[in-house]
Design a protein around this ligand. Structure first.
Ligand SMILES: *Cc1c(COP(=O)(O)O)cnc(C)c1O
Length: 397
């Protein structure tokens, strides 16, 4: 059994704050401070260029990738860390398309995160006018998987509502139509158990600053199924994905397996922070996370519905159909969220009217949930959100 009191003690959480936004940016592991400090002073400071070998910086992208791999059901040696998620989406879709040179359609859904759609659209534009990004409603995605679709690009858990796609069924359906799958795990990794190998997934990508708590700007990850890893041609063919980067050949030869999905110099300082978060994850079982997460979201939902009649549930009611978040619609949702934040309950707002709350058992417990609802019900009952100060939109919502 995972000891969630122990994991909670390993995070720095500001006094008086109930942090229900680990789905956007996870809190800081207490060890991150010492880890990053040591990386800067003992490694960068003392070793300088020799740190690449002496401190093993060059091996960090695959070392960290394997530790993330355990959490998402990936085979050892099939995950590498680097770049940002948007870049990894581009990279995965480009390589997936090259596996189906006779097809020109990328299929996605309107619940996807805009950046995924923007990146796919940008890629298809540079490939030429024959290529098409087809976006349909998430409810009907299965009906649109047909034998002209090259790539199915889906985010498993909807960032707004938490609605979850059935990875196994959709991947099977895609494969039976000769379609390659790219799964975005931005709201899955560290939130729910993922079984990439078992689902026979082809490509997957995700970020490490949300549920994985790697810190703002922490690098993304990419998974390529081992059966494809030696066939995949990287479109972002940077020198560190080359078979022999330090041979400095003028012709590009892809590296072995997942190594070829590396692009350029990895963010070493940022990876030190991520390593401190993964030290905590190494002690965690994802099935425990899932059962605790369901317990927390069910409690939150039940209490909010009992005390805040003006809020309308935007997430699936069945916990098996949603990830680790609960969202409500409210026409003054932005102001209500600002009122909550002013009182130490941190969630976020997604246009046009979604109040979003993430539940992360590593550092949120039932007492936090009860206290958050108490504050929220007062805000709603006394209309404390109806304050001009709370209606001023900030740059990041
Ligand atoms: C958070 C998120 C992103 C963000 O991409 P970055 O390049 O890390 O800014 C992209 N896609 C999805 C599905 C997300 O949830």
């Amino acid at each position: 059994m995972t000891d969630f009191a122990a994991t909670k003690a390993k995070f720095y959480l500001p006094h008086g704050m109930i942090y229900l936004d680990g789905n956007s940016l996870g809190p800081m592991p207490k060890e991150a401070n010492a880890r990053v400090h040591s990386m800067i002073t003992d490694e960068w400071g003392q070793m300088l260029i020799t740190g690449w070998n002496k401190a093993g910086w060059m091996g960090m992208p695959t070392g960290l990738g394997d530790r993330i791999g355990r959490l998402i059901g990936a085979e050892p040696g099939s995950v590498v860390v680097g770049d940002t998620l948007s870049i990894k989406v581009y990279q995965a879709v480009a390589s997936a398309l090259e596996l189906r040179p006779d097809r020109k359609v990328v299929l996605s859904d309107s619940g996807n995160f805009p950046s995924d759609l923007y990146m796919a659209d940008g890629l298809l534009r540079s490939l030429g006018p024959d290529y098409e990004l087809r976006v349909v409603d998430p409810e009907v995605i299965a009906e649109h998987i047909s034998d002209d679709v090259a790539v199915l690009l889906l985010t498993e858990v909807d960032y707004r509502t938490g609605r979850m796609h059935d990875m196994k069924t959709l991947t099977e359906l895609a494969h039976s139509n000769g379609t390659v799958t790219v799964w975005d795990l931005a709201h899955s990794a560290g939130a729910i158990p993922v079984h990439l190998a078992e689902c026979n997934a082809d490509f997957a990508v995700g970020c490490t600053y949300k549920y994985l708590n790697g810190g703002p700007g922490a690098p993304a990850f990419i998974y390529v199924a081992p059966r494809l890893a030696e066939k995949v041609r990287p479109a972002l063919s940077g020198w560190l994905g080359h078979e022999a980067p330090f041979a400095f050949n003028l012709d590009y030869r892809p590296g072995t397996g997942i190594e070829r999905m590396r692009v350029g110099t990895p963010p070493v300082i940022q990876m030190a922070a991520l390593a401190s978060a993964l030290d905590i994850w190494d002690t965690v079982d994802m099935t425990d996370v899932r059962s605790r997460s369901i317990e927390l979201t069910e409690l939150f939902l039940k209490r909010v519905e009992a005390t805040c009649p003006d809020l309308e549930l935007a997430s699936p009611r069945d916990p098996n159909e949603r990830g680790s978040q609960i969202s409500f619609r409210f026409k003054e949702g932005y102001a209500a969220m600002q009122a909550l934040i002013a009182r130490g309950v941190i969630g976020d707002f997604r246009a046009p009217d979604i109040m979003r709350f993430g539940f992360t058992p590593l550092f949120i417990d039932t007492a936090d949930v009860e206290q958050a609802v108490e504050i929220m019900s007062k805000i709603m009952k006394d209309m404390l959100w109806d304050n001009p100060e709370y209606k001023i939109r900030q740059r990041v919502t």
